[in-house]
Design a protein around this ligand. Structure first.
Ligand code: SAM
Length: 243
């Protein structure tokens, strides 16, 4: 069986936070809206549900209601396509549509957590709705790429908090275009937190704090990447270490 089939990618996927082992489950809200009004699925159609915590289930549409759908569970299993280590990216917030692009690609590449960071030169303000919006993007991307665990979007954090020595127990890297050494995640591989700065780069103050807290710095090649490209490049490197 091809790997994509083994994770059930051929079926339409829906998020369902509480998945019973068997019997019936009702899905509502945006997921039901998608099933009913966008995909116009019918009674008897097969689908896949996932709970965001590594479990998925194959089910059949049993009843279409006005704002919800009843699904009969046929089989439930634990299917993890996660990286074997924790990959956390602490990124500045890109402008406009590039936010969705960044979140989607980080989900696809297996990033465990994304921290929206306010750096001293950040030009995009993190609004209250930013985190909610990003969590929705996570869900949509997870449906599409067959990931059963949701990448966590943390509440916004400042660069001062990020560059504290005790913020993370694993390796801490700062993606810095001017570093003399490449950003090489250890082949172990081990839990890693990687900071990616804003379009205006990091200030001397931030670089000094990172240095005092013994963050390692590394470059991603000789070209200056947009922040979302840098975040993706880091995640792609990590994902290749694991697969
Ligand atoms: N003019 C800015 C500067 O002087 O740093 C460029 C910032 S870049 C558009 C945004 C962020 O992406 C940087 O702060 C860095 O974290 C990351 N980045 C971009 N290109 C990189 C590279 N070649 N190597 C490492 N990090 C890079």
């Amino acid at each position: 069986m091809r790997r994509a089939e083994s994770i059930g990618r051929s079926l339409r996927r829906f998020f369902c936070e509480t998945l019973p082992e068997s019997g019936e489950v009702e899905i509502g809200d945006q997921e039901a809206h998608h099933l009913l009004h966008v995909l116009r699925m019918k009674v008897g159609d097969k689908l896949e549900l996932f709970d965001g915590r590594d479990c998925s289930a194959v089910g059949v549409v049993e009843e279409l209601l006005k704002r919800s759908v009843r699904v009969r569970i046929e089989s439930k299993s634990q299917v993890s396509v996660e990286l074997p280590f924790r990959l956390v990216i602490a990124a500045a917030v890109p402008k406009g549509d590039r936010q969705q692009f960044m979140v989607e690609k980080l989900v696809e590449l297996g990033c465990t957590e994304l921290w929206p960071v306010t750096y001293q030169r950040s030009s995009v303000k993190i609004e209250k709705k930013t985190v909610m919006k990003w969590r929705r993007y996570v869900l949509e991307a997870s449906k599409q790429c067959g990931r059963n665990r949701l990448m966590e979007i943390r509440e916004p954090i400042s660069s001062r908090e990020v560059f504290a020595a005790d913020v993370f127990a694993g390796d801490r890297w700062l993606a810095d275009p001017y570093s003399s050494q490449p950003l090489e995640l250890s082949g172990g591989p081990s839990d890693s937190l990687i900071a990616v700065g804003p379009e205006g780069g990091l200030t001397e103050d931030e670089l000094g704090t990172a240095q005092e807290s013994e963050w390692r710095t590394g470059h991603l090649g000789p070209r200056i990447l947009r922040l979302e490209t840098a975040a993706m490049a880091v995640a792609a490197r990590a994902s290749l270490l694991a697969n």
